[in-house]
Design a binder for this molecule. Structure first.
Ligand SMILES: Cc1cc2nc3c(=O)[nH]c(=O)nc-3n(C[C@H](O)[C@H](O)[C@H](O)COP(=O)(O)O)c2cc1C
Ligand SMILES: Nc1ncnc2c1ncn2[C@@H]1O[C@H](COP(=O)(O)OP(=O)(O)OP(=O)(O)O)[C@@H](O)[C@H]1O
Length: 143
């Protein structure tokens, strides 16, 4: 039986931390589907610069990813119901509460584990493993 893993995030300006996360998530099962957050739903930090369709296309082009889909506008569990994954791989710093997600999966009758992916640390002082930090660097150096 094929096991499906779901990863999710904004993925605005791509960097090696994203690749690490998606490789880690892919290693948790046989196929990896990525739910890309709608820009309108990214309210806990600055919204993405790049449009939804461009972020989906870039994630789908990455080697560990089998499929990328744009998230639902109102109900983040709707795509999960449709995809029926075996594992949800949360990013190491994603603000979602693991137990709350597990409780909602149970409530909806979805048999799925919730795991945390590992973090990748910068391998040099110059490396920027955060979209927010890349944008800060651009604003500092390209005014
Ligand atoms: C299990 C799960 C499912 C999600 N599904 C959606 C979705 O359908 N639509 C959406 O806009 N965001 C969805 N999100 C939220 C975003 O992927 C994301 O967590 C957040 O908006 C972006 O912030 P981040 O990149 O800091 O994680 C989901 C998150 C989780 C944990
Ligand atoms: N250095 C990293 N190591 C491992 N995972 C990462 C790293 N950076 C981002 N991720 C993961 O990639 C996913 C998408 O990240 P997101 O789009 O929020 O980018 P980000 O670079 O963390 O952005 P920002 O720093 O602006 O919040 C999240 O699940 C996050 O945990």
């Amino acid at each position: 039986m094929v096991t499906t893993v779901v990863a999710q995030g904004t993925f605005d300006i791509l960097h090696p931390g994203h690749v690490h996360y998606l490789r880690d998530a892919a290693a948790m099962g046989d196929e990896l589907v990525v739910i890309v957050a709608r820009g309108e739903n990214v309210t806990h930090k600055q919204p993405p610069i790049l449009p939804d369709s461009q972020r989906v296309a870039m994630i789908e082009a990455l080697e560990p990813v089998d499929r990328a889909v744009l998230g639902h506008p109102d109900d983040i569990f709707r795509p999960i119901e449709e995809l029926d994954p075996d594992v949800i791989a949360l990013g190491h710093d994603q603000h979602h509460d693991d137990d709350a997600i597990q409780a909602e999966l149970d409530r909806r009758g979805i048999d799925c584990a919730v795991e945390r992916a590992s973090a990748r640390e910068p391998d040099s002082e110059e490396e920027l493993l955060s979209t927010g930090l890349i944008i800060e660097r651009i604003l500092e150096e390209r005014r």
